[in-house]
Design a protein. Structure first.
Length: 117
């Protein structure tokens, strides 16, 4: 006799996708899993386990388990291979500019006298 599944594959896939999207958009927010679990009315620990399976590559969005999809590392490598050199050059230029801005800010702050209280 089969055990009835508590959550559908669609709920699993949608909730995991939402967590992954929010982690990219808000990497410092530590309440994402709890909030998404409440939104989808699923258990927090269940959602944590599903996300962990996606992170290690043993779960795909179709809901099948067992590593049928590419691993997280393989997906990242494929994205890196697909990115053009222009994308990397633009990113490097942006990061160099941000570093210059930060250096300037630090120099200004270092010259500012501290208030004594």
């Amino acid at each position: 006799m089969a055990i009835a599944r508590k959550y559908s594959d669609e709920i699993k896939a949608e909730s995991v996708q939402r967590v992954l999207e929010r982690r990219l958009a808000e990497p410092s927010d530590r309440s994402i899993v709890r909030e998404v679990a409440a939104d989808f009315n699923v258990g927090v620990q269940s959602l944590r386990q599903w996300v962990a399976k996606v992170d290690d590559g043993s779960f795909d969005y179709a809901g099948s388990e067992g590593g049928t999809g590419p691993s997280r590392r393989a997906r990242g490598a494929a994205r890196r291979d697909a990115a053009s050199d222009d994308d990397y050059e633009a990113l490097i230029a942006e990061l160099l500019h941000e570093n210059e801005v930060l250096r300037s800010a630090i120099a200004v702050l270092a010259k500012t006298p501290r208030a004594r209280g």
